[in-house]
Write a protein that binds this ligand. Structure first.
Ligand SMILES: *Cc1c(COP(=O)(O)O)cnc(C)c1O
Length: 222
């Protein structure tokens, strides 16, 4: 099941990346393994996946204990309570959920190296969602210059689950435009060259709109 899903996903990624005139090396597929078994993670590893994402400190800890392989890049996605920063921040390669200054402060205090962060943006303004609103984004990015342990490698968003194709496109295009305008500023602390967007239901569209990191969970397993 997983190997068949992998084949299908890889075919779609290859098609969309080619259609957008890019090369496969420009796109990282992050396998979201939250709530999945160790056997399932093992199978993805066997299939060649090396980027895994978890959304709870406990889940991250469990998976890392079972897969101590030095060639795995761990990602943290989803909301993180400030007091739990110390449990995860030195264990991961990428943090996808930087959305407030209190979190930046705590990362500064707890990290023992520079952390590659995505600033999470709430593009569509849904009240239930985490993320900085587009109009607060520039000042927030500027404020992060005060934190030596934070490097803003890109922007991340989650599209609304019930969005139409047009709404998805608009959402991803907006994130891409925001990312480009920040990159243009050439802030030393915020190169911001990446966009983390696209999940199981919308990653083909996200790739068409220039996603460089896609985060896929259920499509691998169901
Ligand atoms: C769960 C999750 C995903 C993966 O979602 P699927 O629909 O299962 O592909 C991606 N990003 C975030 C932030 C998530 O929480």
């Amino acid at each position: 099941m997983i190997s068949k899903n992998c084949q299908q996903i890889e075919t779609v990624i290859a098609e969309q990346v080619e259609a957008s005139g890019r090369s496969l090396e420009e796109v990282t597929c992050v396998a979201v393994t939250k709530m999945r078994s160790l056997e399932e993670v093992a199978e993805l590893y066997q299939q060649g996946y090396r980027h895994f994402a978890e959304n709870r400190p406990e889940g991250l800890k469990e998976k890392q204990a079972a897969f101590p392989h030095s060639d795995i890049h761990w990602h943290y996605i989803g909301s993180l309570q400030t007091r739990k920063v110390k449990q995860v921040i030195n264990e991961i390669a990428f943090f996808h959920a930087l959305d407030r200054e209190s979190l930046a402060k705590e990362i500064e205090k707890r990290a023992n190296h520079t952390v590659s962060c995505f600033v999470q943006v709430n593009v569509t303004g849904e009240t239930s969602k985490q993320g900085v609103s587009p109009c607060d984004l520039m000042p927030f990015i500027e404020s992060l210059g005060a934190y030596s342990k934070i490097s803003v490698v890109g922007l991340m968003t989650m599209a609304p689950i019930d969005a139409t194709e047009d709404e998805l496109r608009t959402c991803f295009q907006t994130l891409k435009q925001l990312q480009t305008s920040i990159a243009k500023q050439q802030y030393p602390h915020a190169p911001c060259l990446e966009t983390s967007m696209g999940m199981s239901n919308d990653y083909p569209i996200a790739l068409q709109e220039g996603a460089t990191f896609i985060r896929i969970g259920s499509a691998f397993f169901e």
